[in-house]
Design a protein around this ligand. Sequence first.
Ligand code: PMM
Length: 343
Amino acid sequence: MTLDAIGGHPAADRVRVSDLDVVNAADEQLVAPRIFGVLNVTPDSFSDGGRYLDVDAAVAHGLRLVADGAVIVDVGGESTRPGAERVSAAEERDRVLPVIRLLRAEGVRVSIDTLRASTAEASVEAGASVINDVSGGLADPDMASVAARAGALGVDFVAMHWRGHSTEMDRLATYADVVLDVRRELGTRVDDLIAHGVPAERIILDPGLGFAKTAEHNWQLLGRLAELQSLGFRMLVGASRKRFLGAVVGADVPVEDRDLPTAVISALSAQAGAWGVRVHDVRSTRVALDVAAAWRSGSVRRDGPQVDGADLSESEIGATRIGSDEDRESLGSLNDVSRGEPR
Ligand code: PMM
C-alpha cells in the first residue's frame, strides 16, 4: 500500500492548525521547531548522567538551557539508555519534583520525561506542562488516563514510538519497513490515547530514534520524516548525542562532539516540518535553526540568537525565551491550572 492510499490519521482532523504551532498556546511568537532542552537528573544517563543529581546544579542547568534558547526544559529522573535498570517510583519522584518546582518558580516551562503515570501526575501537580512518555503510554496502564485528565487542563502528551524496556529493546529492532511500521504503531498509540480521552490536539508524536532501532533505522526515519508527519500530528525529534551519530564523528570521541551532527539534524528536521527537537546542547541547535529560518525567509529572525546568558540575572534568564510580560502572565495562569488536581 502506498502512503497516499493510507492518508492521515482520522483524528488529525481534530488537530487545529493553531494547535500545531504552539506549546500550550502560550508562545505563538516563537518560530518552530521548539527546542526541548534535556535535563537528566540521573546518575547514569549516557551523556549527562551524574552531572545534575544535585538540585541546585540541575536548576542552574535548566536556566542555562532556557537562556540558550530552549522553550521548555525536559526533566527526567530515570535513564532510558540501552540496558539501564529501572529506579523505584519514589526515587524517580524525589529526583524530579524539587527540580520541577524550582524551575517553575523561575517561570520556566517544564516537561516531565517519565514512563510512570504516578510520576507524570505528581509532576503536572508540581507545574509540568508537558508529559513526555518514551513508551507513548505502553509501559504504564494508568498513563493514558493521567494524560487524559492532564490534557483536559491543556497539558501536552508526547507519545514516542517504543517497543520495550531498555533491557530488551535491542532485540526488538526488526521491521519490514521501519517508517511504515513506526507510522502504523504510532497510529495505534493515537487510537488508544484518544479512546482513553486524551484530546487529539494535545498529542505530539516522536519516532523514538535509538529505541529498538539500528543506526540505519534511525537514518531512514529521519530521511522520511514527512511520511510520519503525514499522520497529521506535531512531531518531536530526539536525535541528540545518540550512538548512531558516533558513526559520523567517530566512536571514540567525547559525546559533546555529537552536538554538531545533532544541530545539523535539527536544521534538517526543521526543513522537513518537525514541530520540535529535543537536544542537550541548545545553543548549537538554536544557531542551526536560525540559519534554517533565515534560509527559508531570506533574513535573520528578529528574535534570533541574541541571548547572552552571562548578562542576565537568573530570573531574567527564566523569562528570556518565554517572551513579553503578557506571554508570561498567560504562562503563569496556564500553570496555575496545571498545578491543580488534573481531574
Ligand atoms: N530520548 C531519550 C530520552 N527521552 N524523549 C523523547 N520524546 N524522544 C527521545 O528521543 C528521547 C526521549 C534518551 O536520551 P537521553 O538519555 O539523552 O535523555
